[in-house]
Design a protein around this ligand. Structure first.
Ligand code: ADP
Ligand code: MG
Length: 743
């Protein structure tokens, strides 16, 4: 009994594979592997090729050449040695058939001593030196070939390997190692699974496509990545599997796009008196880019298909006024418009700004946020429900059950990648009222995170794109500098001199959920230190997310009016704050901020005509090269920390070298990966294990063309040539589609 009725054999739970009991199954489950097919999609992290392995005896010729070489050897002994200067080092003695060598670690000595066992087999890579006649590798990287725990070995991989195989190396988490899921055990589990279930693998892409794109077949590709015979075969198989990932990603986008355009939309009359009145009252004229984007939006609003548009514009490019003008079109057509912000501070800020624009032309926006009290909120909700409120600004609170709209025709979502696609859909649901008569509202998504074009095509493939690529006139570049904690005092002296000249200063502290208490304390202490110290003759205020809203608003308005000189804040001021006289942005612990956050924060200055400065103070210790070498092994938390540190350094270098939001976004994407960057997981995209949206652009384009062509020509996959594709798609991808198209 390998599977229940109607189930594909490859969907058999992993416990049906030999050597996988409930405990190991739990560990597999924790990394998303539940079924046999999941196991097949657990790809090796890298490969060891026998031809690149050197015998220890032959290492002498590599001494001091700087070349990195790999040996396969067994642990024979280990010791912690203390030299006369009291410096500890850990020595691991390893040997192959003929000889021995020493591996040395000067750092994390205790940890290293713990993680090796006598008798285990390792692949060790590094540079060789000769220390008084003994071969040595200092801080080599290593991979475990045999498991640490006793386990009946049925398949002697190492033997196969020695007869000319390429050895796959899988990622092994600490939990996996704990459960003995490592080295040869892991490899033999994959092998067992293949022997038992491999025959059930079938090609799912249409024959024509396989042929035209010259792709390896799916079953062969999977087999090859796990049991490779040549580097070239690995490469081609990985290519095929990458194509697969990208193809299905694009199919989902194709369907999403198609679905979105099938419901009837509202055909607005775009000749709006309200909008014209507002434009005439503005103290500036719109930039060419703003006018172009307004035209693009107007064309969509006029059409009877629902608008799904992404408005990209760097910080300060003037997205707000564009949004407000388009909301006014909806209002003039007797519809309601909502503007949704990601945080309360921002919602309040938008509310203040937008009210200032709209009140003079006779419109009063309403605000709906979570911190409002029930009695404060009730009349607002009523005005939303009966349609007397036309422009509604708020946060997630807008999704709450108690909120219902009268005639919602226009939705603006600011900084959407913080919201999921699901939430977007919740608003759609709320728009379904008798008044709207089944017509879907128009949607405008605002983002200040510029997205490289190919990527926005992919990730927002269901949205059309408008770009504000021109800054309002008179903006200066912000001078950006990176400083260490030792230079901190000088930074503040400089800031005080600017305050003397009448300028205002932001000081920003990091605040993340996991360490919220400590972070808040640091911000408070920083605030007190500045207030009593260098800025004692000036007004300093503290702003953070845990304060009451009235207090928050009060501080912001006093800062705006210049009554506060120095504003110490946690990241709450990240987006949207607009005070032209504030010309100094000091970021404490800059290494802890993400790239786009830093970019946003810097965008808070440089808004007036004076020269502005952004100073990043970091607390990073110097780069630890030894730990960087050991990246291959995931044994130790400190390796992760080291990687984090390096990423922090790259972020600081990037932000100080450019103000180009697109460049910054590209580096950010590389550092974080698309999942985190876009919140992809929550928005219902399939996971990309091999393919990279940054590095596989060509493949991505091909996959997009192919997938869109199929969605267009045969949306229900009814053609015989699409039969296996339909089965695969319905089974594995449809659930994702339903998730994002619910409703
Ligand atoms: P974004 O939301 O894109 O970061 P905002 O809409 O907040 O930018 O605009 C930033 C500032 O620029 C605001 O003070 C706004 O009034 C001003 N602004 C917008 N458009 C123009 C323009 N065409 N000319 C001059 N100033 C403008
Ligand atoms: Mg804005």
């Amino acid at each position: 009994m390998s599977s229940s009725q109607g189930q594909h054999p490859l969907d058999t739970p992993i416990t049906f594979v030999k050597r996988v009991g409930p405990r190991r199954a739990d560990v597999f489950a924790s990394i998303g592997i539940h079924t046999v097919r999941n196991l097949f999609h657990m790809y090796p992290r890298k490969y060891l090729d026998r031809s690149s392995i050197v015998k220890i005896n032959d290492l002498w010729q590599y001494v001091d050449t700087g070349m990195e070489v790999t040996v396969v050897a067994v642990v024979r002994g280990k010791d912690i040695v203390r030299s006369y200067k009291k410096r500890e080092r850990f020595i691991l003695v390893v040997g192959d058939e003929q000889s021995f060598m020493d591996c040395i670690w000067f750092r994390r000595v205790r940890t290293m001593e713990r993680i090796f066992r006598k008798g285990e087999r390792l692949a060790i890579s590094g540079q060789v030196t000769d220390f008084n006649g003994t071969l040595q590798m200092v801080h080599p990287s290593f991979d475990r070939l045999s498991p640490q725990k006793d386990d009946d070995e049925e398949y002697n991989w190492e033997e196969m390997f020695n007869t000319g195989r390429i050895l796959p190396i899988y990622t092994e988490t600490a939990d996996m190692k704990e459960a003995g899921l490592e080295g040869s055990v892991l490899r033999s589990i994959v092998l067992q699974a293949f022997e038992k279930f491999g025959d059930h693998l079938e090609e799912h892409l249409p024959e024509e496509l396989i042929h035209r794109r010259n792709l390896i077949k799916y079953p062969l590709a999977l087999q090859t990545v796990h049991f490779p015979k040549s580097a070239e075969a690995i490469q081609r198989s990985r290519e095929r599997l990458k194509y697969d990932e990208l193809f299905f990603l694009q199919m989902l986008l194709g369907y999403r796009r198609r679905g979105a355009r099938r419901v009837p939309g509202i055909s607005f009359n775009v000749k709006s008196d309200l909008a014209r009145t507002l434009v005439n009252r503005l103290p500036f004229s719109l930039t060419i880019a703003q006018k172009r984007v307004i035209k693009e939006i107007a064309a969509d609003m006029e059409s009877n298909k629902p608008m799904h548009r992404l408005l990209q514009g760097d910080v300060g490019s003037g997205k707000t006024i564009v949004s407000v003008l388009s909301m006014l079109v909806a209002v003039d057509n007797d519809y309601q418009a909502v503007f949704m912000a990601p945080t309360e501070i921002l919602a309040v800020q938008h509310f203040t700004n937008i009210s200032r624009l709209l009140e003079p032309i006779g419109l009063q926006p309403v605000l709906l946020i979570g911190s409002q009290k029930k009695n404060e909120r009730k009349p607002i909700e009523e005005s939303v429900a009966d349609g007397s409120a036309k422009v509604i600004i708020g946060t997630h609170a807008l999704f709450q059950e108690s909120v219902s709209f009268n005639k919602l025709g226009f939705i603006i979502i600011d900084e959407q990648h913080r919201f999921g696609v699901m939430q977007r859909l919740r608003l759609y649901e709320k728009a379904k009222t008798p008044e709207t008569n089944g017509r879907a509202p128009d949607l405008l998504v605002l983002t200040a995170t510029p997205i490289p074009r190919t990527l926005s095509l992919t990730l927002y493939g269901d949205l059309d794109t408008s770009i504000l690529d021109e800054r309002p006139p008179g903006r200066k570049l912000v001078k950006t500098a990176v400083r260490t904690k030792n230079e901190r005092d000088k930074v503040y002296v400089f800031a005080r001199d600017e305050v003397k000249k009448g300028r205002q200063v932001y000081v920003v502290y990091p605040l993340i959920e996991q360490s919220e208490k400590i972070d808040l304390k640091a911000a408070k202490e920083g605030y007190e230190e500045l207030q009593k110290g260098i800025f004692k003759d000036y007004t300093v205020a503290l702003l953070h997310g845990k304060m009451a809203r009235e207090e928050n608003e009060d501080i912001m308005s006093r800062f705006r009016d210049g009554r506060i000189d120095v504003l110490v804040a946690t990241t709450v001021i990240e987006v949207g704050v607009d005070v032209p006289n504030a010309t100094i942005m000091i970021i404490e612990h800059a290494e802890r901020f993400g790239l786009s956050q830093l970019h946003q924060l810097r965008g808070r200055v440089g808004r007036g005509t004076d020269q502005s400065y952004c100073i990043l103070i970091h607390y990073l210790s110097p780069y630890n090269k030894a730990a960087a070498f050991n990246r291959g092994s995931l044994t130790d938390r400190s390796l992760q920390k080291e990687e984090e540190k390096q990423k922090g350094m790259v972020r600081l270098e990037t932000i100080s070298s450019t103000e180009d939001g697109f460049k910054i976004a590209e580096v950010d994407l590389k550092l974080r990966g698309p999942g985190e960057f876009f919140g992809v997981r929550q928005s219902g995209f399939p996971e990309l294990k091999l393919a990279s949206l940054v590095d596989d652009k060509k493949l991505l384009d091909q996959a997009r063309t192919d997938a869109f062509a199929i969605v267009k020509s045969d949306p229900h996959l009814r053609e015989t040539s699409h039969e296996s594709l339909r089965h695969y798609f319905d089974h594995y991808m449809k659930p994702l589609l339903d998730l994002t198209q619910a409703g």
